[in-house]
Structure formats: C-alpha cells, structure tokens
Design a protein around this ligand. Structure first.
Ligand code: CS2
Length: 495
C-alpha cells in the first residue's frame, strides 16, 4: 500500500506532535486482562479506557487480545508491537491517538492451549469479551445456552481445544480452580440483554455439562458484572488506512474509526480488582440494567430500524439514512412514542439528552457506518433491540406501529432483494433457513410474516400467537412490499 515505515515502538517518537500516544513505558506493563474478540468495538472503547488507566500509573492492566477465528488482526498488529491508532471523527475533523494497552495478540485456533494457559495465569484478573451476540452460542429468545450449537457440541468433546468463547472461559476457570488460583472476573461488553447475567447463564450451563460441580462453582464463585458499553466504531476501509498513514507519517495496518462519544457504565463487582476506569470517566454503579436497556432499546433499536429501512431504500450509511427526512422523523418518534416509555431510569438520568445526542451521533457525517454492517446477524439482535420493547408495550396495552415496522423491514431484508431489485448479501447465522422460508412464502406479506415469525429462537412462543403483534407486522410488511419504504413512512408519519 505504501512505503512508509510501520507504526511500532521504534517509530512512536517520529509521530507528529498533535498525535496523542502512550505516555508510559510499555515494557513495564504486565498482562492483567485477556480480551476475547479483538474487533473495533473493543479497540475503540475498553482498550482506550485501560490505556488511560495505565498512563495514570497502574501498570498491572495490559491487555492480551485473542481472536477466536481469523488471524487478520494479529497479522496487522503484531508487526506494530500491538500499537494501533484510533481516529475520532466528527464534522469538526479527525483526532488521532495511538493506543498502547495491547500487549500481544493470539489467534485461538492456531494454539488453543496457549490461550487457555494465558487465561489461567494468576496475574490475569479479568477476562473481557466482545464476541458479538452470536459468540455466546445461546438461544436469543430465551438467553439460554444452545446445547445443539455445533461449536458447543465440539467443545463438549474437546474441552482442551475449544472453539467457542464460553468453551475457553469454562476451561480456563476449570484450570484455575484445579490449581487453587482464584477465578477471574468475566466482563462481557456485548449488546446482550442483562449481559452479565446472560453470560453467567451460558457459561455456567456449559460448565455444568462438563461437570455439575464446576457448574455450581461458576454459578456461585465467579463474578459476571453487567456493562453498558457504547461507542460506534464502523469497519475500517482502505481510504481510512491511507488517510491515517498520511497524517501519521507511518503506516498502521488497522486503525480504528470511531466517534467522540464513549459512555461506559459498569457494575462494580471485581473480586480480583480492576483498572481505575472511574478516574477515566466510566461510571461504576450497583445496577447497570436500566442503562443497558436504555442503550439497547434506544440506540440499538433505532440502529437496526435505520439499517433495514435505510438499506432497502438504497441508503449506504446511517448518516445517508438519516438524510431521508421521513426516516429521521420515524426514528425520533420510535424513541419518543414507543421505546422511551418502556424505560425506567434512576432519577436524574437524562434520557431526553441521550435521545438528542443519539440523533446527532447518527447524523455524524464523518463516520460512514454502513447500514449493511448493522443489518448483519439480525436474528441475534432483534429480541433485545425490538422484541423485548414490543412485549413490554403489549403488556401495558400500548400500540406498536413503529416497532412493528422495524420487524417488518427485517423480514423484507432477509427475503433477500432490495427495492431496486438487487440481491442482498444477507449475513446471519440463520440466513439459509430464513431464505428457505422466504422463498417458500413468496412476496405475500401475510405468508412471509407468518413463516418468519415461526423461528422460535427469535420470536419465542408468545409473539406469533398474539394478533396485537402479528397484525401490525403483516400490515407494515405488506406496505413495504407494495409501496416501499418512503411511502410507508410518509403514511405512518402522517398518522
Ligand atoms: C450496532 C452496534 O452493529 C450494530 O449492530 O448497532 O455495534 C452499535 O454501533 C454499538 O452498540 C454502539 O455502542
């Protein structure tokens, strides 16, 4: 790509003066955290907070990252001594900062034993995860371990060489227990409902399948604090790489693009200690649940709605989708009229301010967050982003037209063709099943809605039998199929 030297410890000193960099001796930093799933979300968020905590003087918390599938992150970052840039982008411009918290990167399938050994090291006090929703191998509708999941079947037969994130966590906890080493805290940062509880349920069930005693140990002795971690970090493009290299004067194979905003609310349950994230601006609280629900229902619920409706209407990015005026109106009213009223935040929490900021964040012209990226894995996302909200609304006897439209747009999307007749590259663990169902139903709204609602791992058993849900979804889907996104929104906004 370029003949510039590579970003590394050796070239750090040559960076332009305006670029913030690790202001500490990296060689003196110990590994206190193992992180599974080294994507942009982690590198834009927890690693940044931890970098600041190390810079403030606590050298116990270097991060060893592990990729559970591909080698690409390791291949990019190993020649850079684990250094990478975050580009904080907004209409005002771009601020670059080099993060030094990452002490190394492992590729789990290359050497599963090495990752387990690292996790079993007594100096490691926290194992954190951003493995995306599907990485928990759970049933999204119930939040329980999917015992038929191929990776879980594999891990039960090969506990010493697992494939799944829960498999690694269980095996490492078992090793520590056998060696008399206190367990690490399991810190999930994924967008799951009650994420700490869900992680505990999944991991302790897998442990119990290995050995009931181990299951009880995990259930009772291991801390799984819940978190609300929030920062939009779209996939990096080659243009981003070129721009960052030009600004740095050295090349970075994998810089992370992100936004100025990065709230982090964490339940303060870390028996083995934690970095002083609070001094870096994180909120440590006794109960994260209300904040998590707020984020999942307002940010992620709106994001998925924008992704499906925007993609179908030919909008490439979230900012492009927000530029479609009726879609921007819809998203705001979805938050104000349907999702917002289901939330119960502690006194003093500024929900109105959060919604206002969300609209501004979605409009950020510099981020280029693709609707296609957010549309991925909808089968794993719908339950906590739209369906939980729908259940609460129905229980309160309240209407759900805008939530139902989001579900219908997902149905229209997974059927595989956009409004211009182009094939959609649907990425989802259930894509093949969804496609088969859609093909069998044809472009007939009631049939298409009924067959897709029959996927129990998404919709559960209750919703497909409730006409207060099925009717508005089928109506919205019919309108999307017959009139398209723009006219459907116009009609809804006029109501
Ligand atoms: C997005 C999230 O890709 C998606 O599904 O909705 O990754 C979102 O950007 C983050 O949760 C923001 O904190």
């Amino acid at each position: 790509m370029t003949t510039l030297p590579r970003l590394s410890d050796a070239t750090l000193a040559s960076l332009p003066a305006g670029v913030r960099r690790p202001g500490y001796d990296r060689a003196g930093v110990a590994t206190g955290i193992v992180h599974l799933g080294l994507g942009a979300f982690h590198r834009a968020h927890q690693a940044v907070y931890t970098d600041a905590a190390i810079a403030a003087g606590d050298a116990r918390w270097g991060i060893l990252g592990a990729s559970l599938r591909a080698a690409d992150t390791r291949d990019a970052l190993a020649p850079q001594d684990g250094l990478y840039t975050i580009a904080v982008r907004s209409a005002e411009g771009e601020a670059l900062r080099v993060i030094g918290a990452l002490r190394g990167v492992l590729v789990a399938p290359e050497d599963p034993a090495a990752l387990i050994a690292a996790m079993a090291n007594p100096a490691v006090r926290i194992v954190s995860l951003t493995v995306t929703e599907k990485g928990y191998c759970h049933d999204p509708a119930t939040g329980t371990l999917n015992e038929e999941h191929p990776d879980i079947r594999h891990d039960l037969d090969n506990p010493g060489a697992p494939r799944s994130a829960p498999g690694y966590v269980v095996e490492a906890l078992a090793r520590r227990r056998a060696a008399g080493i206190a367990p690490f805290t399991v810190l999930t940062c994924d967008n799951l409902p009650a994420n700490g509880h869900t992680a505990r349920r999944v991991v302790s069930r897998l442990a119990a399948l290995y050995d009931p005693d181990l299951g009880r140990f995990v259930e009772q002795e291991v801390a799984f604090p819940s978190t609300m971690v929030d920062r939009i970090a779209p996939a990096t493009t080659d243009d981003d790489r070129a721009r960052v290299a030009a600004a740095l004067g050295v090349s970075d194979a994998w810089p992370v693009m992100t936004e100025p905003f990065s709230p982090r609310v964490i339940e303060d349950r870390f028996p083995g200690g934690r970095p002083d994230w609070a001094a870096q601006g994180a909120e440590l609280v006794a109960d994260v649940a209300p904040f998590e629900t707020m984020k999942l229902r307002l940010l992620n619920g709106a994001h998925s709605s924008l992704a499906y409706l925007g993609y179908l209407a030919g909008r490439e990015t979230v900012a492009d989708a927000m530029a479609l005026a009726p879609l921007a109106v819809h998203v705001r009213r979805l938050m104000d009229e349907e999702a917002g009223p289901t939330l119960s935040l502690p006194p003093g929490a500024d929900v109105e301010g959060y919604k206002d900021r969300l609209i501004a964040r979605f409009r950020n012209p510099a981020l280029r967050h693709r609707t296609w990226q957010i549309a991925m894995d909808g089968s794993q996302k719908l339950p906590q982003r739209l369906l939980g909200t729908i259940r609460d609304r129905l229980a309160a006897g309240a209407p759900i037209p805008r939530l139902a439209l989001g579900v219908a747009a997902w149905m229209r999307y997974v059927a595989g063709t956009d409004e211009a007749g182009r094939t959609i590259d649907v990425r989802d663990p259930l894509a093949a099943d969804l496609r088969r169902r859609a093909d069998a139903a044809g472009p007939h709204a009631a049939r298409l809605a009924a067959t897709l609602m029959g996927v129990e791992s998404i919709f559960g058993r209750d919703l497909p039998g409730d006409p207060r849900f099925t009717e508005p979804v089928a109506r919205a889907l019919d309108s999307l199929l017959v009139h398209g996104v723009a006219r459907t929104l116009d009609a809804m906004n006029a109501g």
